[in-house]
Design a protein. Structure first.
Lengths: 100, 649
């Protein structure tokens, strides 16, 4: 069996890639994908812990996270589509209407 | 015996209902409706008052008092104030005068104000005034009285400044209000002093307890009565607070008649008479009241000699006559003071309304120098004015004679010979300046401007009928108190109110205010003296203004100094202006410039500027870029993460 440490290391690596992706990319869709990556890194940690502790709870949580992620993607993509219609662009560094 | 009559509260409530109807229905009432409601509620109040007074008269003599508590107003510990009303012989006289004369003046106003565009507002204020005044006279404790006291002050302000487009009217209204506030301040302090001593402000309890609580002439009672009297000098226009009344003539003439002659200005006299028990406990205050009254009577009469505005002559005459009433109170002849209050209400309302009729007829001309010869042109106004003039001059058998004579008699009998002399001289002056007014307005050659001549017309019946009724009252009003009769009906009626106090005071003092008895011969001599004085004044007036008009001019030149002083009202207004008004103004301006603009505004603006400065920095973080926010977010999460890892176990 793969030790839990390995799984957690993979999860941490995926999460970091997600964070960096959100921070450095300009394209809203790629940012979205990075967010998904972070969510799934979380899922992986859940599953790894559930298995090492012999508890089903972590796996149940993963289902919830996936549901929320699906809803979030639906709304997020709708926003991006509308954004594109309005501004002909999906680059977040071109959109700063809420500047104070 | 206290009978619970549910309708005493209705007397002041009716005019208030008139106010509400007028407010709620507004202009939908129309002019006729407004007039109908405005006069109707006052007439109904008069009818109710009459009914209540008849009931009162039917009660046994010693127990004539109807007390009614409408509801409990407030209760703090063992201190309670009820909204309660008291009808006793004294307030009965007042309530009848207020509603009766008030009703006549309301009717008159229908004609006088017919062409005014604020007709409804006028009647609204008048009804509000009636409500306040009736509350004042019917109150059964000082607090409710104070409500009425302030209410009439407010209405006085509103009505003096009724034509507020005129700066002088607005100014006069404010002057009246502020001067009255000075008096009210005294009234309040007096009330507090009484409360500290007696722990109650309810009339019957307070007056019953006063002789036991306050020693005769003690500092507390002298202070309390003098403070109350300060309130009275404000409301009743006595020295030193009389200056607002002549300026109050800026208001419409029915207002001058109702508020500044017949009712409100007598509130001070009523209050002093109501508190006679207290004043009798403070001989010093009594002397002060008498001396101030006598001084005011003389002082105002001399100013009245030289005024050229018909309403101002009457205003100074009112101040002077109010002085007589205080004189009477000061020498202990309270019922004489109230008697004069009543007759004065009749003839002075008559004179003011008559003057209003003249002003109305002459298209708003008020200057006596541009009148003259109106006797045939305004027959009814002339006749009624003549009655009023004779009545105020003190010629028997008209009303003014009886009451003025009683006051002079009271002063003489109590040994105040100086005050008696002042009153007598004042009576001569009164006769003179009133007949001067009469002659200048109605006799001699017409000095009207062409314009006024053209529009000259006698007033409509709504104005003439009240004049006639008041003229009749001015003739017969004095007959209830004939001289030489030991216990005349008017005295007898008021005796339960005023004698209880005299007893209490004498019981406490041992000596009390036992008046010197004056024999019948002396009384006849006194009457002859005052009538002779009045005739003398009338004779001089006819001589100087009708037979030899150059005599008046000669006298003016001969006594140029005094004449200038009279004409300029002794420069009292200027004196007050330089000693009080302007320093206060300067102080207020300094406070405004420093405290208001620098300190208060500084704090408020400072808060604003600080927030603005802070947000100018904070907004830099608000870039609008999602990436920046995500970065902050990440940094924040990392910081928290590190913190928890390091410090929390």
């Amino acid at each position: 069996m793969i030790p839990v440490g390995w799984s957690l290391a993979l999860s941490a690596a995926l999460f970091t890639i997600g964070v960096v992706g959100v921070l450095v990319r300009r394209n809203a869709i790629v940012i979205f994908m990075s967010v998904e990556l972070m969510l799934n890194a979380g899922n992986l940690a859940f599953v790894a812990f559930a298995r090492s502790m012999g508890s089903i709870d972590g796996q149940v949580f993963v289902f919830f996270v996936m549901t929320v992620a699906a809803a979030e993607v639906a709304i997020g993509l709708a926003l991006i589509v509308n954004l594109f219609r309005l501004r002909e662009s999906v680059f977040v560094d071109e959109i700063n209407l809420l500047k104070g | 015996m206290t009978v619970n009559l549910p309708y005493l509260v209705l007397i002041p409530a009716l005019p208030l209902a008139g106010v509400l109807v007028s407010l709620l229905l507004g202009d939908r009432l129309g002019k006729r409706g407004t007039a109908f409601v405005g006069c109707g509620v006052v007439l109904a109040a008069f009818a109710l008052a009459l009914r209540a007074v008849v009931h009162l008269a039917g009660m046994p003599e010693g127990a004539r008092a109807i007390q009614e508590v409408a509801w409990r107003w407030m209760q703090v510990g063992d201190f309670t104030i009820d909204v309660g009303f008291l009808l006793d012989p004294l307030s009965a006289v007042m309530v009848l005068v207020v509603t009766g004369v008030g009703f006549l003046i309301h009717v008159y106003s229908v004609g006088y104000m017919a062409h005014d565009r604020s007709f409804r507002r006028f009647f609204l204020y008048l009804n509000l005034f009636m409500f306040s005044m009736l509350t004042l006279v019917l109150a059964e404790n000082f607090v409710v009285m104070f409500v009425g006291w302030e209410g009439v002050g407010l209405c006085s302000y509103l009505l003096i400044g009724f034509w507020y487009e005129r700066p002088s009217a607005a100014q006069a209204g404010m002057k009246a209000f502020i001067v009255n506030r000075i008096g009210d301040f005294g009234f309040l302090l007096g009330m507090f002093t009484l409360f500290v001593g007696a722990k109650t402000l309810q009339y019957t309890t307070l007056f019953g307890a006063a002789p036991h609580v306050f020693a005769i002439g003690s500092t507390a009672i002298v202070a309390a009565t003098l403070l109350l009297f300060l309130g009275a000098t404000g409301k009743s226009a006595q020295i030193p607070l009389y200056t607002w009344l002549p300026d109050a003539m800026e208001g419409p003439t029915p207002v001058s008649a109702l508020i500044h002659a017949a009712t409100m200005v007598t509130a001070g006299v009523y209050m002093v008479a109501r508190c006679h028990v207290l004043f009798e406990l403070a001989p010093v205050s009594m002397e002060v009241v008498a001396v101030i009254g006598a001084l005011t009577a003389l002082f105002a009469a001399t100013i009245g000699l030289a005024q050229n505005d018909i309403k101002r002559v009457l205003a100074y005459s009112t101040v002077s006559q109010l002085g007589y009433m205080f004189m009477a109170c000061g020498v202990g002849a309270f019922s004489a003071g109230i008697f004069h209050l009543m007759t004065h209400a009749f003839f002075k309302a008559l004179l003011f309304l008559g003057a209003g009729s003249v002003i109305h007829a002459l298209s708003d001309e008020q200057d006596l120098r541009r009148m003259g010869g109106l006797a045939n042109r305004l027959p009814w106004t002339h006749r009624t004015m003549l009655v009023g003039t004779i009545a105020i001059a003190g010629i028997p058998p008209l009303a003014g004679f009886f009451s003025k004579d009683e006051i002079l008699h009271g002063a003489f009998a109590s040994g105040h010979y100086g005050i008696w002399l002042a009153g007598l001289v004042g009576a001569v002056l009164t006769a003179f300046y009133m007949f001067r007014l009469y002659i200048l307005a109605f006799r001699g050659k017409s000095r009207l401007t062409h314009e006024a001549e053209h529009h000259l017309h006698e007033s409509p019946p709504t104005m003439i009928v009240p004049l006639v009724v008041l003229a009749i009252l001015s003739i017969v009003g004095g007959w209830v108190g004939p001289p030489l009769v030991a216990n005349n009906p008017f005295h007898h009626w008021l005796a339960p109110v005023f004698e209880s106090g005299a007893h209490a005071a004498s019981a406490g003092a041992g000596a009390g205010a036992a008046a010197h008895e004056v024999g019948g011969t002396t009384e006849i001599l006194l009457i002859l003296a005052s009538v002779a004085g009045a005739l003398l004044g009338i004779f001089f007036a006819f001589r100087a203004y009708l037979q030899q008009p150059q005599l008046a001019t000669r006298l003016q030149q001969r006594f140029a100094g005094p004449y200038r002083a009279f004409l300029n009202k002794y420069w009292v207004d200027e004196l007050y202006d330089s000693t009080v008004v302007r320093p206060v103004r300067r102080l207020s301006e300094a406070l405004w410039r420093f405290w208001d603009e620098k300190v208060v505004d500084g704090i408020v603006n400072g808060v604003g500027y600080t927030l603005e400065g802070v947000s100018a920095v904070l907004r830099l973080f608000q870039t609008g870029f999602v990436g920046t926010y995500a970065l902050f977010f990440t940094v924040g999460v990392l910081a928290l993460f590190l913190y928890f890892v390091r410090h929390v176990r």
